[in-house]
Ligand binder design. Structure first.
Ligand code: ADP
Ligand code: ASP
Ligand code: MG
Length: 502
């Protein structure tokens, strides 16, 4: 059997859902299990409605609810025809009135907890999956709607819950395997799950990819297909750089690194279950029924380019912690790490000297209480609106001159580098720049490392016509960045992978 996941844009309209039905029909003989996201933008709208209601603007939230209601009924009507749409309508309405009651409750208590947020966000996938299941049935596909909250078991870390694989496996064997044996097509919402006690949870934003991989592992799938709105994993985000090219084959390690460092096309934890059971993952374009996309497997043939891809992760803060004068240097770093541990914070890049430490983490995950605690032992300056740019490639290890080439290219784009990390993971070079510099730096790097066919030269660094940059002659110490003394740091990716990022 295979697991097929369709993202928000792939189910954004009746037309898109039609295409999904055709794609699933083309895989009919391979016993597909289908996972769908909420229709495009619905989760964002639910987040906004939660904020509005909990801050007392219930009427505004209810207006958005009305728009959501219309969009879903309209799509169901277009896909199902009057009669079948009328049978589905009460099921959709039951969800909408539950949602309305919840919003009114939020307005009364003026508080949205992480647990409440998971309940609220679950409506997007519940609604879309009900519509897609009926659309399949009307088109002759033997779909069976499954409640993901009865199959995917997680812990209670609301908003980014961690799957409990043993229980999930058991539930899937009971609830999903019999449907497959009866030649039905189990269809469910991604992103949402529940604790063993049935309290709804979510796997973190973009988590439907992760749901597909968890199901794939729990059901021992032959492959996991992630259908989205681009032609596979690309050499960089095509929205940042339209010249981005599709990567035909990539290794689990490289793809996991890209996902972690901002390639939104895959939720960062998606590959963990696949790696564990060596299940190939395909990223495919749902707008192109013949898409061959990207194949992600344990090993991939070496890339003809120096790097496999470039990513950027925005919304990053750098926190500079400098030991206050008079504080004993001995034990300073230990105290900082202990504070990080007490607040369960996981950092991306760390730079250390005897009396100072800088680290980066997602701004939205930076606890205020951590900063307050650090201020007791040091001078603390957080800087937000930063971004991590990461170049990934399995073949960069041990090749001289690559870092120089990267930093020269960034210098040529006129962008200042704040921190650098190379080493710990051996397959990436990452560095921190200001968020506003990301498009400029990424485009320049992409032009340099993935030149269009026939391109011979870019800036000061010569490029071979086959796409591999020659070793740069400019020593790294001469680069503009190094003159500005960026902090050279260790990546924490090895630790992160062991812990299972989500
Ligand atoms: P879905 O709704 O199907 O889950 P997402 O919006 O989550 O889709 O992910 C697809 C988007 O990821 C693409 O539209 C693209 O802009 C972005 N993206 C970022 N980095 C990459 C990359 N390296 N390759 C492909 N897409 C990328
Ligand atoms: N709908 C969820 C989100 O927007 C999950 C997903 O799309 O993967 O985050
Ligand atoms: Mg996604």
């Amino acid at each position: 059997m295979i697991v097929m996941k369709f993202g928000g844009t792939s189910v954004e309209s009746a037309e898109a859902i039609e295409r999904v039905a055709k794609i699933v029909a083309s895989r009919g003989k391979r016993s597909p299990v289908v996972v769908v996201s909420a229709m495009a933008k619905v989760t964002d709208q639910l987040v906004a409605m939660g904020q509005q209601a909990s801050s007392g603007n219930c009427e505004v939230a209810l207006e958005s609810l009305q728009a959501l209601r219309q969009r879903h009924h309209l799509t169901a009507g277009e896909l199902l025809g009057k009669k079948r749409a009328a049978t589905l309508a009460p099921k959709l309405e039951a969800r909408f009135s539950e949602l309305e009651n919840f919003l009114r409750g939020l307005a009364a208590v003026r508080e949205l907890t992480p647990r409440g947020s998971d309940f609220l966000l679950s409506f997007g996938e519940l609604l879309s999956s009900l519509i897609v299941a009926d659309a399949f049935i009307v088109r002759g596909l033997n779909a069976a709607w499954v409640d993901s909250r009865e199959c995917l078991v997680t812990d209670a870390s609301h908003t980014r819950a961690v799957p409990q694989m043993a229980e999930t496996r058991e539930r899937c064997a009971k609830k999903i395997a019999p449907l497959i044996s009866r030649k039905q097509i189990p269809l469910m919402g991604g992103f949402i799950a529940a604790t063993a006690q049935g309290v709804p949870t979510t796997l973190g934003r973009g988590g439907s990819d992760y749901s597909a991989a968890i199901l794939g592992a729990a059901l021992d799938a032959e492959s996991i297909e992630i259908w989205t709105d681009v032609e596979g994993m690309m050499t960089t985000d095509p929205r940042l750089c339209p010249a981005a090219k599709t990567i035909k084959q990539i290794s689990f390690n490289e793809a996991a690194e890209l996902a972690y460092f901002g390639a939104k096309v895959l939720h960062p934890a998606t590959l963990l279950p696949a790696i564990h059971q060596n299940i190939p993952v395909y990223v495919l374009n749902s707008r192109n029924l013949k898409s061959t996309g990207t194949e992600i497997t344990a090993q991939a043939p070496p890339s003809k380019d120096t790097f496999r891809a470039i990513t950027a992760k925005t919304g990053i803060s750098i926190v500079n912690v400098v030991a206050s004068r008079g504080i004993m240097v001995h034990g300073f770093l230990r105290s900082v790490f202990e504070a990080l541990d007490r607040h369960s914070t996981s950092v991306d890049i760390v730079a250390i000297s005897e009396v100072s430490m800088s680290f980066t983490m997602e701004t939205r995950r930076l606890p205020k209480a951590l900063l307050t605690e650090l201020e007791e032992l040091a001078d603390v300056t957080p800087e937000d609106k930063q971004a991590i740019i990461c170049l990934v490639g399995e073949d960069i290890h041990g090749k001289p001159g690559i870092a120089a080439s990267v930093f020269n290219t960034v210098a040529e784009s006129g962008v200042n580098i704040r921190m650098i990390s190379q080493g710990a993971s051996e397959i990436n070079i990452s560095f921190v720049v200001q968020e506003s510099d990301v498009p400029k730096a990424v485009r320049h790097l992409h032009e340099h490392f993935f030149p269009a066919a026939g391109q011979v030269k870019l800036g000061r660094t010569k490029v071979k016509t086959n796409g591999s940059p020659r070793r740069s002659q400019a020593p790294e110490s001469k680069s503009r960045q190094t003159e500005r003394k960026p902090l050279v740091a260790k990546s924490k990716s090895a630790e992160r992978k062991a812990a299972g990022a989500s």
